[in-house]
Design a protein. Structure first.
Length: 231
């Protein structure tokens, strides 16, 4: 095990989390502004309303795709960095790996959703209402449940060892576990559309939590306080 007395390198977690959040929120704000206040349609909306949005506001759809794809990059780097940080601090339990896997999957699904939005901005695609509906559903699944559920794994993978190894304040770890639970429960949105409200609830609280952890998770700890977390 690497000595936890030497500070681990890598980009600041708080900066990565802020960049991720800024890009994601910018995508929502810019696309809504371009669409004149109209928001990205829900897949549970009327088919004609969905097709009309993509037909009229291709610029907004393009902006959504661009910012979502861009936001996926700092999220993937965050996942890699926080997993290395946890191991450096003495965490040898599966939590560090779960955080990395969850973060990479969350980033991959967000990037996929962004690329699908880019495809939906193409005039050749918009001309086919059936294709638009299918791609829109796929984009929602990838950027919704596909992104949020593994994002919950990232949070749980940091919160549990952060609590057990006393790397994070207890309240912050417990809040993280609550957010992770909501994120995992959002899987039910695939069966019960009304539960899709869990997706933004978990998503936006996760953004705030990741930023907070970025400031609170230490880079190093004295050897006398090193804690080895084992399964």
């Amino acid at each position: 095990m690497i000595s936890p007395r030497r500070a681990v390198g890598g980009p600041p977690l708080w900066l990565l989390a802020i960049v991720f959040t800024a890009l994601f929120v910018a995508g929502l704000a810019v696309s809504t502004a371009i669409a004149g206040g109209h928001t990205y349609p829900s897949p549970f909306s009327d088919a004609s309303l969905i097709h009309g949005y993509f037909e009229q506001y291709r610029g907004a759809v393009l902006a959504t795709g661009f910012f979502q794809f861009g936001a996926a990059i700092p999220l993937a780097i965050y996942a890699a960095t926080v997993s290395v940080r946890l191991r450096h601090l003495g965490v040898q339990a599966p939590g560090a790996t779960i955080a990395q896997v969850g973060g990479v999957l969350a980033a991959a699904f967000l990037a996929l959703s962004g690329l699908i939005s880019w495809v939906l901005s193409r005039p050749e695609v918009v001309a086919d209402p059936g294709l638009v509906r299918g791609l829109h559903d796929l984009g929602f699944a990838a950027g919704g449940v596909g992104h949020v559920v593994p994002l919950g794994l990232l949070i749980a993978g940091v919160a549990v060892p952060g609590w057990l190894a006393r790397l994070l304040p207890r309240w912050l770890a417990f809040v993280g576990l609550a957010i992770a639970a909501v994120a995992e429960l959002s899987t039910l949105a695939l069966l019960v559309p009304q539960l899709s409200v869990l997706l933004p609830t978990a998503r936006f609280t996760a953004l705030a939590w990741l930023i907070t952890v970025g400031f609170r998770l230490p880079r190093t700890r004295p050897r006398s306080e090193a804690v080895l977390v084992a399964d």
